[in-house]
Structures are given as structure tokens and as C-alpha cells.
Design a protein around this ligand. Structure first.
Ligand code: BES
Ligand code: ZN
Length: 925
């Protein structure tokens, strides 16, 4: 399932949730229990007594419960599976050593889409007297005639299932080998789909040991979490037995069976790492292998604990719902998130591969060794892995300036979290069907941003030491958010729990209003919402500030609604001008926005224009200003004036944020000031043109990685803004490229901009460019390049072309996993066409994409393109009878964005003097 983003802008991760993949596409109840009683080797760590203990009663008492009862818990699974890659079925048997800790005559566990052979079920020698399935809960209740003996017993059963095509549970994926279609069998269990492969206690806190056996065709590679113990070949079938795993959660169990080749490396600790790819592609695994080896070495030191398993495999899977999955010792990836080819991949995809590998490997400690006690604490896994992957990549590739790029995550999260429809980081989960939708920008990006905020408040060294003791304390066990705070508090003596609970238990974040009053700066906090209202939230805010220079920043905790900061001594006499500027939230480490009074804002703008501020602060200022303008706390004209100050900017990260703001402005002006929209585009072009001209289309020898990424960003933006010269040049280069794919005129980095340029001239009566692009799509090997084409095919105003491109998702030209890329190109001018298409095809879309949870991305790509309350009404009516728990949240968020857009439009319409501002800025030298 895709992480469903939220987005004021378009797709992933919530603004792009599917971070990795998206980037490729776009430019390019908690129960009790838990705790740490178990140590390695001792069974599970659930407190047996935390649930009522039903000795009698009926099976019905277990219906509709958020969690399984705790009176019985698995210790060890022996799982035997026989996938049939021709018939797309599998059969299996499982023997589970179960510890019964309180008197009961029931065993309650999970199973879904499996047919369990009733006659085969035994607990020790006992056969159940009743077997009841609660389908809507994925629960099976085994009732026995008498209370079960306390202590350990073995539960056995046989079952059958389908190797489905839904990219979850035990599924099939198709690839080509020697010109023929072949199938592989793959698992994807997180969050709640292990139960689709074998009956189990499918909750993260029921940790157990796993011993797997697979029966598969002899010629195939069969991988699981642990190394192979022995293989027995009997003609066409081999039986592969794996070593027993340490204690782990069900969602991390994994199996991959198919044809592969690999590259191999070894860590300094002696752990063997392999990257498995399709036959013929193993050299594309070298980069990920290198990052993998370095990551394991770095994390061993950072967490103060060695990598827990004997081996690590990373595998590229052709059909994959998410970007990558951290299965213990067997990490699975989408092709594009693992493979890197010097000749055909772009610099940004190199970065994505590095971040993805570092992220999944961080989970081997944070997530796999220490696991969240319940899905409410998912952010511990994902927020942390997101944060620490940046730490790792920064140490491997310091020249990438990845921490500045990290602000993408922060600004993403700030956007989603300024919606009324946002949710707290710690969110109650009442039913398995709710888990999928919390893999969103709040969990990932707000989570990671809060960890950065805390680390910066506590200091890097103290923070690392505390983390290492947290990992040691909870290894092979589970933890809750408060367990982490308790360790940090003990190690640092700081009030971590009080501070952080204000951020994790309530949704939203504050805007700090900063006003100069004599020698003081008055600060007050109010919850920031994009709809212009102010919520009730209050936070303990780690305030940082600098005046005139960065050398002696101030730090303090704003605990009240209002407080004062004395600034005079640092800032000198402001009447003298010069160095006077004050910046709060230095380098955007805090998860809040700042609204300055006019005087402070003017001084800051001056400092920005004269290049006195850090790159990170340049980003924070434009992002805050954009949000304040949307919320109508600031005029549109002042946003344009501020944006104009960035015209001399040359940094990739800053310009990528400037570009998101320009994209948003260009879109909203279509509805808000149709008469001025053309001039506004010219203004935006003026801001982006000079850095683009400096870089040109051709890569320069020895230029930096960031410049290599900046070039396509700017070219793409200029094409999108309709800059004629860039469009013509893109078309010219494309025409050479279609005759000579190896031309140096169009290397992988700039291709997408050229593709978009070609699309500008395409229509139903002038299809040659479109046909050429479709040909490139069909003929390019699978991977990044294909996706770049796919991402722009719907970027057109022509109805016929847009529909033809959208309908590609129903053909076998586009894998289901990539459908969201095919719709991501829809432009504002084609929104009605796309919306009508979505309505007409909804049945089919929801049927095809619900299981893999990719259905939300359709809503997210199309709905936020609108900006009127009437449209929000119409969309909401359409979905009134059509929502499912899987995308309810996404829909509500998207509708809120439409209403926010509508309010912004009204605000801009009523702004006097806007035209004059635009003209004045356009006329400036
Ligand atoms: N644990 C997730 C994979 C996942 C996502 C499973 C959603 C179930 C539902 C994995 O660690 C992850 O976060 N993958 C990211 C990539 C990462 C670089 C942010 C993804 O798939 O987008
Ligand atoms: Zn993750």
C-alpha cells in the first residue's frame, strides 16, 4: 500500500507520501502489555493478565475487538508453505507453540482469505468443538470443550490460500525472463496482512520465533528472513529449511521466490549483505549494496548494538505497493527504489535509493529489534527511520546537504498538519482496517521533524547516548512512545515527556506571533490552521532566535500563551539599520511557523535579499509566508514581493521550495485573478530564469550533485510556466533523442523536462509528439525513465489525449503499482476532464486499487486541483455513498484543501492593488 500523503500540492507523501517513488514521478488503543520483560530467548512480553479472562462465555465475546485477547500468546511458529506459481495458490501448515497463561477454553487468532482445514486443527491432542470466523475482524476463534491446560502447548492446522494479485499478504508478481512472462511469489505483511498467509497472532506485540520451510521449484531462488539451514532437492521440487529467527513480530516475516541474481558485500562486523535483482540487472544493485554496507556499520555504532541477524538481503520486486519494506533480514523494494544505473538513472533517483536503503536498514534496529507496542506508536518506527536515514546519508554523502533537503519533510508535515482534518501523531486504532491510512505525512514527516526538534534541543551527543540505551533496554521487545521519553528524560534530566506530549498527543502546531515592543520581543502562540481560524492547541515550544548574526543564538521554552524575549543587547539600535534582523526558529528545527510584525518582517526580507541568512532559514521564510497567505493572514501581494527576493538564489533546496510556492501561485491565480494570471506567470519565470540560464541544458564537468538536481527542477518549472524558449529547446533535444537514445543532448536528468515540453504542443489533431513519447515508454526498459514518461502523459489540455493517458492504467502497459504516476500529471486546466473520468471509472478503480490501499491517491491527485465550495459540495456528494475506511481520511483532507483554496481565491480577489504590485515587480530591472 502506498503511504497515503496529504497534500496541499499533489501527490505522494502527502504531499507526497510515497516519498521516493513520488520524487521519481514528479521530477522529476493501545492496550496494556508491552514492556521489556522479555529478553532474547524468552518468549513474548505480553502481560497475561491485562484482558478479562473468559473461562466460559461464548465465542461472540471476541467479535469487534480492537485487539486479540492476551490469555494465550505464541512463542514459536513452525511454518511450512508450498506456493504453486502456475495455479497461483499455496498450501501450508503451521505448528504454533502457544503459552496459555490464564484459564480459558478459547484460542483467538487472526486469519483472512485462507481456507483452514477444520479437521486438521489440534491443540495438543484436543480438537476444537467450535471454529468461528469473524470475517470483518479477520479473527478465528477456536472453542474447546474444556478449559485448556495452563502452560505451553502446540496448536496445529493446515490451510490453503490464493497467491493473489493485490500486492499484500502472499502475492504474485510478474516479470520477463528470456522473452517469457514468469511469476514470483512475494510477501508484504505490514501492517496487517501476515494473516492472509498463515493463521497467526498478527499484532506487533506478539513477538515469537519463526522457523520456516518452503517447498518450491528447484530452479528458483527462495529467500526468507534467516539463512538457509538445509536444502533437499527432489527432482523438480526442493524443500528449503531456514534457521530459526530471534523473537520478532509477524508483520516482519517475509518470503521471496523467483529467478534472481545478486551482488554481495560484507560489513566490518562480518555480516553478509546481498542485493538481489532480476537476471541481468545485478550491476544496478551495486550502489544500494554500498549504501547498505555503510549503513549497517554506521547504525551498529550509532545504536551501540550490532546488526541482530546473520545475513541481510535486499530484493527488487517488480510489483510492489509501497516504496520499500523493512522485513527482518529480507528487505523488499520497488525496482526504482533499489536499482541505480549510472547511464540511465538521474541524480535524484540516486539520492532516493540511498535514503530508502538507509531508512529500511534503520528499521532493523528501530522497528524490528525494538518494535512499537501497538500501531498507535507507528510514528516511533517511521518518524525515527525517516530522521535517522538523513543522518546516515549525510555522513556518507556530505556534499548532498541532505539536512537542508530534509526541510521538504518538515514543510510537508506542516502543510498537512494545518488542516482541521489532521490527526495527532499518536492516533487511537480501533480496528485493523484503520491502520493503513496512518502511514502518512504526520507519522513520517511530522514524526521525523519532531525528532529533529528534540535532538536539537537536547544536543546530538546526549540524544545518541539515550537512544542507544533505549535500544538496549527494549531489544527483542516492544515499546511505547512514553517509554522512549522516559529513557531520554533519565539520561538527560530534561522534561522530555511534558515537552513532547504536547506535540504527539494533539494534532496541529502553533504559529508564533512576534512583535517588537521596545527592547523586548513579545511572543504569543496560537494554533495555525490554513482555513484562517485558530485552533485551541497549546504547546511547549522550543524557541530559538538569532539577531544580526548566527553566532550566539538564544534558546528557551515557551510554555505559556505569551512571553517576552529580550533582544536589545544583541540587536543594537534598530534605528541605525544595518545588521538589525531577528530570525526565530533558526534553521527550521522547530515544528512551528513564525509571523513577524511589519517591522521585523521588513528587516528579515532585507537580510534575505542581502544574503545574510542560512539556506534553511531562506526556506522557512518562504514556506511560512506561503502558508500565512493561504490562511489570509498575509496578503498575496506581500507573498509575491517576498518571492521576488529569491530571484538571485542558486541553491537547489531553496529553489525547490521556491518552486513549490510558484507552482501553487500559478495554480491559484488561474481562478483568483484570471486576467493577471499571464503576468503572474511572467513574474514567476523572471524569478527562476537566471539560475536556469546559468545552468543551461548541458551538464558541466565537475559540477556539484546539487546543481545536477537543480537543472531539471528549473527546466521543468519553466516549461510548466509556459516559457517558450525552454519549451522549444526541450522539443529540439527530444527530436534528436528519439533518433539517438545515446545523445549527450538529453541525459537522464533533463529528460522529463523535455518530455513535458513535447506535451505542450500535443493535441488530438497533432499527435506526433505524443506518439513518440508513447513509443519511448513502450521501448524503454522498466525503471525510472519509463516512469518519467508516464508521469507527464496526462499533462495536457486536450480532452482526447488526457483521457487516453488516464485510461492507460486499465491496460497492461501500466502496472497497478504505477497507476498513481499516470494520473499525477493532470494539470489544473484538465481538472474537469479528470474529475469526470474519475466518477465514471470509480467502480473499477476502487475495485482494482482498494486492496493495496492505492485508491486514495486518485482522490489526492485530482480533488485538490479545485478551488470552489460548490465543487467541494459536488465531490463530497459523489463520495457520500462511496467511501471506505481505506481512504476516508484522504478524501476529507482533499475536500478541506478545496475549501481552503476557495477561501484563498476570495481573499485574492478582494485584494486592492495586486495588479500594480505585479507590474511593478515585472518592471524592476
Ligand atoms: N514500513 C514501511 C513500508 C510500508 C508502508 C508498509 C506503508 C506498509 C504500509 C517502510 O519502512 C517505508 O517507510 N517505506 C517508505 C520509503 C521510505 C524511504 C520513506 C515507502 O514505502 O514510501
Ligand atoms: Zn519505514
Amino acid at each position: 500500500m502506498a503511504r497515503s500523503g496529504a497534500g496541499v500540492t499533489a501527490l505522494p507523501v502527502a504531499v507526497v507520501l510515497l516519498a521516493v517513488v513520488a520524487t521519481v514521478a514528479m521530477h522529476a488503543a493501545a492496550g496494556d502489555g508491552g514492556g521489556k520483560m522479555a529478553s532474547h530467548g524468552e518468549g513474548t512480553n505480553l502481560k497475561a493478565s491485562s484482558a478479562p479472562v473468559p473461562a466460559g462465555g461464548s465465542a461472540g465475546q471476541f467479535r469487534g475487538q480492537a485487539r486479540l485477547p492476551r490469555f494465550a500468546a505464541p512463542r514459536r511458529y513452525e511454518l511450512h508453505l508450498r506456493p504453486d506459481l502456475v495455479a497461483f495458490t499455496f498450501s501450508g501448515s503451521v505448528a504454533i507453540a502457544v503459552a496459555v497463561s490464564a484459564s480459558t477454553r478459547f484460542l483467538v487468532l487472526n486469519a483472512a482469505d485462507l481456507s483452514v482445514d477444520r479437521a486438521s486443527i489440534r491443540f495438543q491432542a484436543l480438537a476444537p468443538t467450535e471454529v468461528v470466523f469473524f470475517k470483518e475482524d479477520d479473527v478465528v476463534v477456536l472453542g474447546f470443550a474444556k478449559p485448556l491446560p495452563l502452560g505451553e502447548g502446540v496448536l496445529k492446522m493446515d490451510f490453503n490460500g490464493t497467491l493473489n494479485d493485490e500486492m499484500r499478504g502472499f502475492y504474485r508478481s510478474q516479470y520477463q525472463y528470456k522473452g517469457k512472462a514468469r511469476n514470483m511469489a512475494v510477501t508484504q505483511f505490514e501492517p496487517v496482512d501476515a494473516r492472509r498467509c498463515f493463521p497467526c497472532w498478527d499484532e506487533p506485540a506478539f513477538k515469537a520465533k519463526f522457523k520456516l520451510t518452503l517447498e518450491v521449484p528447484s530452479e528458483l531462488v527462495a529467500l526468507s528472513n534467516m539463512p538457509i539451514a538445509n536444502t533437499l532437492v527432489a527432482g523438480p521440487i526442493k524443500t528449503v529449511r531456514y534457521q530459526e529467527s530471534p523473537l520478532m513480530s509477524t508483520y516482519l516475516v517475509a518470503i521471496v521466490v523467483g529467478l534472481f541474481e545478486y551482488v554481495e558485500g560484507v560489513t566490518s562486523q562480518g555480516t553478509r549483505i546481498r542485493v538481489y535483482t532480476q537476471i541481468g540487472k545485478s550491476s544496478q544493485g551495486k550502489f544500494a549494496l554500498d549504501v547498505g554496507v555503510k549503513s549497517l556499520d554506521l547504525y551498529k555504532d550509532y545504536f551501540g548494538t550490532p546488526y541482530p541477524l546473520p545475513k541481510l538481503d535486499m530484493v527488487a520486486i517488480p510489483d510492489f505497493a509501497a516504496g520499500a519494506m523493512e522485513n527482518y533480514g529480507l528487505v523488499t523494494f520497488r525496482d526504482v527504489a533499489l536499482l541505480f544505473d549510472d547511464k540511465s538513472s538521474s541524480a535524484s533517483s540516486k539520492q532516493d535509493v540511498a535514503i530508502t536503503v538507509a531508512h529500511e536498514l534503520a528499521h532493523q534496529w528501530f522497528g524490528n529489534l525494538v518494535t512499537m507496542e501497538w500501531w498507535t506508536h507507528l510514528w516511533l518506527n517511521e518518524g525515527f527511520a525517516t530522521w535517522v536515514s538523513h543522518l546516515a546519508v549525510d555522513s556518507f554523502f556530505p556534499q548532498w546537504d541532505i539536512w537542508t533537503q530534509f526541510l521538504d519533510s518538515t514543510t510537508n508535515a506542516l502543510k498537512l498538519d494545518s488542516l482541521e482534518e489532521s490527526h495527532p501523531i499518536e492516533v487511537e486504532i480501533h480496528h485493523a482496517s484503520e491502520v493503513n491510512q496512518i502511514f502518512d505525512a504526520i507519522t513520517y514527516d511530522k514524526g521525523a521533524s519532531l525528532i529533529r526538534m528534540l535532538q536539537s534541543y537536547l544536543g546530538a551527543d546526549r540524544f545518541q547516548k539515550a537512544l542507544a540505551s533505549y535500544i538496549k533496554k527494549y531489544a527483542y521487545s516492544n515499546a511505547k512512545t512514553e517509554d522512549l521519553w522516559a529513557v531520554l528524560e533519565k539520561e538527560t534530566g530534561e522534561p522530555v515527556k511534558d515537552l513532547m506530549s504536547t506535540w504527539t498527543k494533539q494534532k496541529g502546531y502553533p504559529v508564533i506571533n512576534a512583535k517588537l515592543k521596545g527592547i523586548n520581543m513579545e511572543l504569543d502562540q496560537a494554533q495555525f490552521l490554513l482555513d484562517g481560524s485558530s485552533g485551541p492547541g497549546m504547546w511547549i515550544v522550543p524557541i530559538t532566535s538569532s539577531c544580526g548574526a548566527y553566532d550566539s543564538p538564544k534558546k528557551f521554552l515557551l510554555k505559556l500563551k505569551r512571553d517576552k524575549l529580550v533582544i536589545a543587547s544583541q540587536c543594537g539600535d534598530r534605528k541605525k539599520g544595518g545588521n538589525f534582523w531577528t530570525k526565530l526558529n533558526i534553521n527550521g528545527t522547530g515544528f512551528y511557523r513564525v509571523k513577524y510584525d511589519d517591522e521585523l518582517a521588513a528587516a528579515l526580507q532585507n537580510a534575505l535579499e542581502t544574503k545574510k541568512l542560512s539556506l534553511m532559514d531562506n526556506i522557512g521564510i518562504v514556506d511560512d509566508s506561503h502558508a500565512l497567505s493561504m490562511a489570509r493572514q498575509q496578503t498575496f501581494a506581500s507573498l509575491l514581493r517576498l518571492l521576488y527576493c529569491y530571484r538571485g538564489e542558486a541553491d537547489f533546496s531553496v529553489l525547490s521550495h521556491v518552486n513549490s510556492v510558484t507552482t501553487s501561485i500559478a495554480k491559484i491565480s488561474v481562478d483568483a485573478t484570471p486576467g493577471l494570471a499571464g503576468d503572474i506567470k511572467q513574474l514567476l519565470i523572471k524569478i527562476l530564469l537566471s539560475p536556469a540560464e546559468k545552468l543551461g541544458w548541458d551538464p558541466k564537468n565537475g559540477e556539484s550533485h546539487l546543481d545536477v538536481m537543480l537543472r531539471p527542477l528549473l527546466l521543468f518549472a519553466l516549461v510548466q510556466l509556459g516559457h517558450g524558449k525552454t519549451i522549444n529547446e526541450g522539443v529540439r533535444r527530444f527530436n534528436i533523442f528519439i533518433h539517438d537514445h545515446n545523445t549527450s543532448l538529453l541525459p537522464p536528468d533533463t529528460r522529463k523536462a523535455a518530455y513535458l515540453a513535447v506535451m505542450q504542443n500535443v493535441s488530438s489533431s497533432n499527435r506526433s509528439g505524443y506518439n513518440a513519447l508513447r513509443k519511448v515508454y513502450r521501448e524503454s526498459a522498466e525503471g525510472e525513465e519509463r516512469l518519467h514518461v508516464l508521469g507527464i502523459l496526462s499533462s495536457c489540455r486536450d480532452k482526447g489525449i488526457v483521457l487516453e493517458s488516464l485510461n492507460l492504467i486499465f491496460t497492461n502497459e501500466v502496472r497497478n503499482q504505477d497507476a498513481y504516476i499516470a494520473i499525477s500529471g493532470v494539470q489544473i486546466e484538465a481538472r474537469e476532464i479528470a474529475w469526470t473520468w474519475l466518477k465514471e471509472n470509480w467502480e473499477r478503480i476502487s475495485k482494482t486499487f482498494s486492496a493495496s490501499s492505492l485508491v486514495g491517491v486518485f482522490v489526492r491527485a485530482i480533488v485538490p486541483l479545485f478551488s470552489s465550495n460548490e465543487k467541494a459540495e459536488e465531490i463530497s456528494k459523489f463520495f457520500a455513498t462511496r467511501t471506505t475506511p481505506g481512504f476516508e481520511r484522504t478524501l476529507k483532507e482533499s475536500l478541506e484543501i478545496v475549501r481552503i483554496n476557495a477561501r484563498w481565491v476570495e481573499g485574492i480577489k478582494s485584494e486592492p492593488g495586486l495588479a500594480q504590485t505585479v507590474r511593478e515587480l515585472l518592471g524592476k530591472p
